[in-house]
Design a protein around this ligand. Structure first.
Ligand code: MV4
Length: 450
């Protein structure tokens, strides 16, 4: 008996393909959904069935809850995998699934709500003894409260939107004169982007690494972590390179951050797969930042060094299976790195949709390519421009990087521009090679070019 007879994948792109692959290995039939412009997409070709759910704009298709629920009902899908983005962290979508008797493959609605309320998540973690950056206790309601916090912890501080994400509704205060303006700008931006103006305050850590921990939790309270990922190489709050382990990781560091992640997951009665994001400062202090209640783009680097298939685990956990292993059974081997290849101008990062004339992905030892593209496919202009992820692994960080350089060098994509040339430059940067970077690495990297 398979876990489910049929799963609908409420997504597109490489992640839809990734989920279909997991289902096939588990003996589960798949239903793909697509918009008017995606009937020739790879996820449609690979799925057992496919249903059109609306016109190209996401709001009418991949974000269209009634259309997706209807597609699941028509095809007798017992469960829905939301992938990442779109409806993955929308508690209303999960509720709609539950109401229709469909299993949502992911955490509980309470988990998703807490993940989306960053001020509340911060307060919860602080209460449960997970360290957070000094700052507000929950939300701040006016600039006077911000001033009071600054009196206590000093400047700089960062004002963040509680519903935030993607750097929207965020302002750094370097000078007390800026408090009022920063508060109102952040509030206005948060209101416009999320329809909610709630803000919170943290001490601004000027040099930080963004390090996150993958966790898996079953419905009986068992939680394991799969080690850390360093996602510090980002541009405009978009991660570009991720790796595992963190280049200066030690068994001691991994145990410390892993234990904190497990503690955070337990504190919120987390279930299914998730990620706890941390700030690590220059002194090695670890602070809770956010919870991501979805499978993430960068999950393959963890799969490469643990041998755990995170998407299959998500499906098994959603079916009510217990975790079949304990923390001590998780062994980390070697090093893995991921580059996100976008259909974009490699200098200006402007999207470059259009027809791919030739697409020949790399292969060979230690190379994995998760992609939705093929020769002749037209990259649509309506969605995210991620077209492929190249993931390499090796015994050491150097070997993983050497393989990445080799793999990106082999990759042939003709007809559109991609960000491959940009990655090849980073892979030759001495600071990157030395593991000597933080979240501001690319700002400096780009300034040096000019
Ligand atoms: C921070 C921070 C420093 N201190 N929080 C949060 C969302 C993520 N995309 C960026 N975030 C940051 N949170 C504290 N307490 C630094 C960043 C940050 C950042 C902030 C402003 C401008 C550019 C940035 C680039 C990376 C990280």
């Amino acid at each position: 008996m398979p876990l489910f007879k049929r799963i609908l994948i409420a997504n597109r792109g490489e992640i839809a393909v990734r989920v279909i692959r997991a289902c096939r290995e588990l003996g589960i039939k798949t239903v793909a959904v697509y918009s008017d412009v995606e009937k020739d997409s790879l996820h449609i070709k690979l799925a057992d069935e496919a249903i059109c759910i609306g016109p190209a704009p996401s709001i009418q298709s991949y974000l269209n809850i009634p259309a997706i629920i209807s597609a699941a009902e028509i095809t007798d899908a017992e469960a829905i995998h939301p992938g990442y983005g779109f409806l993955a962290e929308n508690p209303h979508f999960e509720e709609a699934c539950i109401t229709s008797g469909i299993t949502f493959i992911g955490p509980s609605t309470e988990n998703i709500r807490l993940g989306g309320d960053k001020a509340k998540a911060r307060r919860t973690m602080k209460q449960k003894g997970v360290p957070v950056v000094p700052g507000s206790d929950g939300t701040v309601h006016d600039e006077k409260e911000v001033r009071k916090i600054i009196k206590k912890i000093g400047i700089p501080v960062i004002i963040k939107a509680s519903a935030g994400g993607g750097g929207k509704g965020m302002r750094i205060v370097y000078d007390e004169k800026e408090i009022e303006n920063a508060f109102h700008m952040a509030q206005r931006e948060a209101m416009a982007a999320f329809g909610k103006g709630d803000l919170y305050v943290e001490k601004y850590i000027t040099e930080m690494r963004h390090i996150e921990v993958q966790i898996l939790a079953d419905n009986r309270g068992n939680v394991v972590h799969l080690g850390e990922r360093d996602c510090s190489v980002q541009r405009r709050h978009q991660k570009l390179i991720e790796e595992s382990p963190y280049s200066f990781s030690t068994p001691r560091f991994r145990k410390k951050i892993g234990d904190l992640a497990v503690k955070a997951a337990r504190a919120m009665k987390y279930r299914n797969a998730g990620t706890i994001e941390f700030i690590v400062d220059n002194n090695g202090n670890i602070y809770f930042m956010e919870i991501n209640t979805r499978v993430q783009v960068e999950h393959p680097v963890t799969e490469m060094i643990t041998g755990v298939d995170i998407v299959k685990e998500q499906i098994k956990l959603a079916a009510g299976e217990e975790l079949s292993y304990k923390q001590q059974d998780i062994k980390l081997t070697g090093h893995s790195i991921e580059c996100r290849i976008n259909a974009e101008d490699p200098e200006k990062f402007i999207p470059c949709p259009g027809k791919i004339i030739s697409f020949i992905p790399p292969g060979g030892p230690g190379v994995r390519v998760d992609t939705v593209a093929y020769s002749g496919w037209v990259v649509p202009s309506h969605y995210d421009s991620l077209i492929a992820k190249v993931i390499t692994c090796g015994k050491t960080r150097d070997e993983a990087i050497t393989r990445m350089r080799r793999a990106l060098g082999e990759f042939i994509i003709e007809g559109i521009n991609t960000t491959i040339p940009f990655y090849l430059k980073i892979l030759d940067n001495p600071d990157f090679l030395a593991g000597n970077f933080n979240t501001h690495f690319l700002e400096k990297f780009n300034n040096n070019k000019k």
